[in-house]
Write a protein that binds this ligand. Structure first.
Ligand code: FAD
Length: 228
């Protein structure tokens, strides 16, 4: 701190708490003459960390959250306003209020169900449909949180005959099942990504069963089969 003659306040840590303290000291009611922020890392935000990754194949940049991702308290909070100003939040940014709105609109929440916020504050037992060792990063939990990964699974049924024959026909190389899960409509992916997948699957020795929402695809390689 070369050149500083006197410092009234030192704030340690440039996470949400430190930045909020800085705001109080600099422009808020607790104005002081000199305040310094010390941050050990080379970025501000602490456990709120947006990572920008360039995808070589498309030349585009993808944003992912390494830490906090939910804005609690809805769109009227200072945090929401700040995040919107800095990051230009997407319209579907998750807040408790817009998740609840969507849940009710889609008929997924019972009409007499208490608000999600109340449920969250007042739950005696939480069953999580996930495996603890798959948590990234692993988090400590209290005894009322029980990991019950696979809770929804039902006993499997045999494959339809033609699919069974196709799988067996894959021989020694085996086959790959590729699915983006049930929440995503596969054909809504950008064409450039679809083409990358077509090219990659077509170059494999294995057969590929691709979960897709349409019956046909013009440039489907011979080793790839679509399934809905
Ligand atoms: C994976 C993950 C997901 C989360 N998801 C959510 C979410 O969705 N919504 C939500 O509201 N919250 C979430 N949280 C919690 C939220 O991120 C934290 O509560 C919040 O960021 C804490 O802010 P903070 O400023 O108190 O601490 P931190 O963000 O930890 O900031 C502390 C800062 O102090 C610095 N520091 C520490 N020691 C020193 C030192 N001696 N000298 C200089 N600098 C120092 C650190 O480098 C760090 O930058 C999540 C947290 C994690 C890890």
């Amino acid at each position: 701190m070369q050149g500083a003659t006197s410092i009234d306040v030192v704030v340690v840590g440039g996470g949400a708490s430190g930045l909020s303290a800085m705001k109080q000291f600099q422009g808020g009611k607790r104005k002081v003459n000199s305040v310094v922020l010390l941050e050990a890392q080379d970025y501000l935000g602490g456990r709120v960390k947006t990572v920008r990754t360039s995808i070589e194949a498309t030349g585009k940049t993808v944003l992912t959250e390494d830490g906090a991702e939910w804005v609690h308290g809805g769109r009227t909070t200072d945090l929401y306003r700040l995040a919107k100003k800095l990051n230009g939040l997407a319209p579907d940014t998750k807040t408790w209020s817009n998740i609840e709105h969507e849940c009710r609109q889609r008929g997924l929440c019972l009409s007499d169900m208490p608000s999600l916020m109340n449920l969250r504050m007042n739950s005696s037992l939480l069953l999580i449909n996930s495996v603890k060792s798959a948590d990234i990063p692993p988090r400590p939990t209290v005894p009322s949180i029980i990991y019950a990964g696979g809770l929804h699974l039902k006993e499997s049924k045999p494959l339809p005959k033609d699919l069974e024959d196709w799988v067996k026909g894959a021989g020694e190389e085996g086959f790959i099942f590729f699915s983006l899960g049930s929440a995503v409509v596969p054909s809504s992916m950008p064409e450039e990504y679809r083409k990358i997948l077509v090219k990659t699957f077509g170059s494999l020795k294995q057969r590929v069963l691709w979960k897709w929402d349409k019956d046909t695809m013009d440039d489907l390689p011979p080793n790839v089969r679509l399934g809905t």
